[in-house]
Write a protein that binds this ligand. Structure first.
Ligand SMILES: [Zn+2]
Length: 304
């Protein structure tokens, strides 16, 4: 009897360990050539669009949450790490700016766990969106679209907002956020296949997986520096360097994302990073990588 009890406990322990490994630790998945970016084509598009290229990129940290490291990159520790929420302003010598990602507003931030919300940064971003020529989001999650749905001047900024068809078609990915009634009634979303030149030097790259409407943003400045905004394909840069994504538990339970698609994209980003280490990759929520980029003066300061 005692022996059978021992077997049952052992079996449960093995199942528990396997489940723990599968749901929390394992960051593996397919890493084939199922997703590819043709950087030559992206650069050609960036250089054939009309007008001056951008001259600088500015950034705001709108808020910060906390999350266990292993939730962000499977297999890391349970240590809580900061999860900052950013917005970026791409500035041109003469043309109107492009805003990439609009963060989250204070009311939404309060509903989350342990947020720090920077009201001044949020206000600068809202002001910048009014005069921007284009406003794009890397995907339709609340911490990227929230500053648009809650914008005090929504009717003024909406003509500049380039939501893609996939982003508009998946409001369930806004996890409860809503545009004011009728706000999108006459809205024409952006449709494109693989790449779209938003302006000289700025190209959108479709990358569904984390959400159906996920896209990356390539930026080439007048001084030759190049950036690739990854959105939340990678929350942390370790996901690119190690081709490891979020814990399955997070991908499936919280996000409902296409994890295999994300893994294929990470494999391609790793290939590009190895081939072109000078291309500045900007992950969605990586406080340590952003500090390294700031030390290299990748960003010109807060919004102007
Ligand atoms: Zn995010």
């Amino acid at each position: 009897m005692l022996r059978w009890f021992g077997y049952i406990v052992l079996t449960l322990a093995v199942i528990g360990a396997a489940a723990y490994y599968w749901l929390i630790v394992d960051g593996s998945g397919p890493s084939g050539a199922a997703y590819a970016i043709d950087m030559n084509e992206v650069r050609t598009l960036a250089n054939t669009a009309q007008g001056d290229k951008p001259s600088e990129i500015r950034m705001e940290r709108i808020a910060a949450f906390k999350m266990p490291f292993t939730a962000m990159v499977a297999g890391e520790s349970w240590k809580e790490v900061d999860v900052p929420v950013y917005s970026f302003q791409v500035n041109f010598p003469s043309a109107a700016a492009i805003v990439i990602d609009a963060g989250i507003d204070g009311v939404q931030a309060e509903a989350e766990k342990n947020p720090t919300f920077d009201a001044a940064a949020y206000a600068r971003m809202q002001t910048a969106m009014i005069t921007a020529g284009n406003i794009v989001i890397t995907h339709e999650h609340p911490d990227h679209i929230g500053g648009i749905t809650a914008a005090p001047s929504l009717t003024q900024i909406l003509p500049q907002v380039r939501l893609t068809k996939e982003q508009v078609d998946h409001p369930e990915k806004m996890f409860g956020l809503k545009f004011p009634d009728g706000a999108l009634k006459d809205y024409t979303p952006l449709t494109y296949e693989k790449y779209h030149a938003l302006s000289a030097g700025v190209v959108l790259i479709k990358a569904p997986g984390h959400t159906p409407g996920s896209q990356m943003v390539f930026v080439q400045l007048t001084d030759g520096r190049e950036y690739l905004f990854l959105g939340d394909i990678a929350w942390r840069f370790e996901s690119v360097e190690r081709v490891r994504t979020r814990a399955r538990f997070v991908s499936w339970w919280f996000l409902g994302e296409d994890r295999d698609a994300v893994m294929n994209e990470l494999a391609e980003l790793k290939r590009i990073h190895d081939a072109e280490p000078n291309l500045i990759m900007v992950p969605g929520h990586d406080i340590d990588h952003m500090a390294k980029l700031a030390a290299k003066n990748a960003f010109a300061g807060t919004f102007k």
